[in-house]
Design a protein around this ligand. Structure first.
Ligand SMILES: Cc1ncc(COP(=O)(O)O)c(C=O)c1O
Length: 407
């Protein structure tokens, strides 16, 4: 690790919080509301002028503050605000930045819930979205209109693993004086979008950051000003829509954050191993750690190299039937679970066309290359990845995959 370069894992290592009674973990705040010894301090807090005072837990609680600040530090941003889910982070950001009569440019390959929100939900507030191929900067710039307020993308997209050139997008956003909002859920630590010019960085904490699949959660990392805007008691989307995280969950996620660096390294090592072995067997794997990934070079240029190329792979099993058979057999053989979501210690897999991207209409799926047989795998922290590989290869043989691709 170079000494001067920003390293997100070192930021996590450097977090030092003491509990109220000297505990090595900060005490959990078990209150919805907070007292003031003087009425004036309450007034000051309402007006946002009382540093360190808490008013009401929908606004901020000490536990949420600890987790928010740790995540802001990890993303090298001034401030952050945790939310009760990833969607509870995404939707207030969009509604804060765009209003009636305004416009958004979004990547067309994004999480299905975000896509549905942009495509089906916010048109009722007269906010329109143009969906573009985010890897084509020219197309992105052409889609910008005088009333465009933000560009929205995922660093590595769900489910197609397309990489957004954050630096290039940031130049376009700055030129047009609009915000660049980046969902970094697939690639925590691997990318630091703020260092590449992103204005707002979002995570679904449900995934790698918590890593235990026992809760949903989200976070918005941004400037002090923007986080304060979101929390404004008068017109802040986070404050007024109320997607608040519970303090107990917050405390738990903070503890899991401490092991994120070693988990990400292991996820990446295991996935790289499987991707290389399966590709050598003739499987058409999509993984940014392979030279065959169209944006392997860009990924390598943008990444914090210590953390590898991430824990997600996709490949096409040619038909929906073969995909189903493969996933059911993998589950029977205890390779992992047939389940949506990602970033878990155990491998998870699903066919996104009929699952997490089912909100995307079929003709759009076809345009994007999201075929029926495409499966997405989030590779777990397996100690013996060689045995996982052997089971996967054997299962592919049994379902007739290799015969089909050589036919
Ligand atoms: C990239 C991405 N962003 C956001 C979300 C939404 O997060 P949550 O389910 O925590 O609301 C998901 C969920 O799958 C996701 O994959």
């Amino acid at each position: 690790m170079s000494k001067n370069k920003f390293n997100p894992a070192k930021s996590i290592q450097d977090i030092q919080y003491f509990g109220e009674f000297g505990g090595v973990n900060p005490s959990i705040s078990d209150s919805a509301t907070y007292t003031f010894m003087r009425a004036k301090s309450m007034l000051d807090t309402f007006e946002g002028n009382a540093e360190g005072c808490y008013l009401y837990s929908r606004h901020t609680s000490p536990s949420n503050h600890y987790l928010s600040m740790a995540l802001a530090q990890m993303e090298n941003m001034e401030s952050a605000n945790v939310a009760g889910s990833g969607m509870g982070a995404i939707t207030p950001v969009i509604l804060q930045l765009a209003g009636a009569g305004e416009h958004i440019v979004s990547s067309r390959t994004i999480y299905g819930g975000t896509y549905a929100f942009l495509k089906n939900y916010i048109p009722k507030f007269n906010i329109k979205t143009s969906f573009v191929d985010i890897t084509n900067l020219k197309k992105v710039e052409e889609a910008i209109q005088p009333n465009t307020k933000l560009i929205y993308c995922e660093t590595l997209s769900n489910p197609l693993l397309e990489l957004a050139d954050i630096e290039g997008l940031s130049k376009i956003a700055k030129k047009h004086n609009i915000k660049l909002v980046v969902d970094n859920t697939f690639t925590p630590l691997i990318f630091t979008p703020a260092n590449l010019g992103a204005d707002v960085v979002i995570h679904s904490l449900t995934k790698f950051i918590n890593g235990m699949n026992d809760t949903v959660g989200g976070v918005i990392c941004a400037s002090n000003d923007f986080i304060n805007e979101l929390k404004s008691v008068n017109d802040g989307s986070s404050m007024l829509l109320g997607p608040v995280m519970d303090s107990l969950r917050s405390a738990q996620i903070l503890k899991n954050l401490r092991t994120l660096p070693i988990r990400m390294i292991k996820h990446s090592q295991n996935t790289q191993y499987l991707a290389e072995r399966l590709e050598a067997d003739g499987v058409k794997i999509k993984y940014p750690g392979l030279k065959s990934h169209p944006q392997h070079k860009l990924f390598t240029k943008m990444m914090n190299p210590e953390f590898g190329y991430g824990g997600m792979i996709t490949f096409d099993l040619l038909t929906g039937k073969m995909a189903t058979e493969f996933m059911e057999k993998l589950q029977e053989r205890n390779v992992g679970y047939l389940a949506v979501s990602l970033g878990f210690y155990k491998t998870l897999f699903n066919a996104p066309g009929k699952g997490t991207s089912s909100e995307v209409p079929e003709e759009e799926q076809e345009k994007m290359g999201l075929s029926e047989g495409l499966i997405r795998m989030s590779i777990g922290l397996d100690y013996d990845i060689e045995s996982t590989y052997q089971i996967m290869k054997q299962t592919l043989k049994e379902i007739g995959y290799f015969n089909k691709i050589t036919a």
